[in-house]
Design a protein around this ligand. Structure first.
Ligand code: HEC
Length: 253
């Protein structure tokens, strides 16, 4: 559970994403432009800086002053960057929103939703509900759109990307086909830490550093971990040559 402090307000969320998107180029005017072009709303520099200050106090962004440039009459720009805890707060906020959205289907009209909820039909209610729904739809699609671009997160894990990541990061210890080398065989029914997607995601994220398994959560974003876990799961039962002897308990599916 995320602690209360890590919840982001709507504008904070947008500002953090804009800083993340801009990378090394994140200074006041640019951040404002990024938000204005993507979210199509006017942003005052005052409100933007107040939010950046607040985010910096919460340690979600860090700032540093660049070299003074002649174009600006010798004034130096202040550059912002999202910190690791900022990334976590973004991820928490996104997960929370997604969890709350789960199962809500916009092919249902507001009338259906009211019936589903067992509310009495009242025209003012309807108007109100549909206004709120529209606002939420717009907000969420904006946020998810920005996230998708910034972190390349997609709902479905990407097996091709998982395979690429596996070859890059996992092959040396678990073998080209998952047959196991220094690390265990990942294709059999024997698992040290369990065989569900959640179990595998956990061990990959947290690692077992004492035994030589890297803590990938420190090195790869969540979407990359999801992809590589999906790839590992696709290797189940593939019976590669030179398979390493089983380790752990047998999980007969
Ligand atoms: C430096 C070597 C090394 C690398 C690189 C490595 N692992 Fe591991 N991995 C291990 C070792 C060793 C273990 C067993 C830990 C133990 O015995 O507690 C392990 C365990 C695991 C397990 C748990 C297996 C079980 O039986 O429960 C999974 C899943 C796993 N690794 C996936 C990965 C993935 C995915 C990658 C790449 C992103 C990766 N590993 C990269 C060494 C490595």
């Amino acid at each position: 559970m995320a602690n209360k402090e890590s919840y982001l307000g709507e504008f904070e969320n947008i500002v953090l994403l804009a800083v993340l998107r801009l990378g090394k180029n994140a200074y006041g005017m640019k951040i404002r432009q990024e938000i204005e072009t993507r979210v199509k709303r006017d942003v005052s520099l005052g409100a933007l800086y107040a939010t950046l200050e607040r985010l910096e106090k919460k340690t979600y962004v860090q700032s540093k002053t660049g070299e003074p440039t002649p174009q600006r009459g010798g004034r130096a720009k202040r550059y912002f960057k999202v910190s690791a805890s900022g990334i976590r707060a973004l991820q928490d906020t996104k997960n929370n929103l997604e969890a709350m959205w789960q199962g809500i289907d916009f092919s249902l009209s507001p009338i259906h939703l009211l019936i589903v909820k067992g509310n009495k039909l009242d025209s003012r209610d309807l108007l109100f509900q549909s206004r709120i729904l529209t606002q939420r739809m717009i907000m969420t699609s904006l946020l998810l759109g920005m996230f998708g671009m910034a972190l390349e997160i997609s709902a479905e894990p990407n097996l091709e990307n998982g395979k690429r990541l596996y070859k890059k990061h996992c092959l040396m210890c678990h073998g080209l086909k998952g047959e196991g080398r220094f690390g265990p065989n990942l294709t059999d029914n024997y698992w040290l830490y369990g065989n569900t997607t959640a179990d595998i995601t956990k061990v990959v994220t947290e690692g077992v550093t004492d035994n030589g398994m890297v803590r990938w959560g420190k090195k790869l974003p969540q979407a990359a971990i999801d992809d590589v876990v999906a790839y590992v799961e696709s290797l189940k039962g593939s019976n590669p040559l030179n398979a390493k002897a089983p380790q752990g308990l047998e999980y007969p599916e």
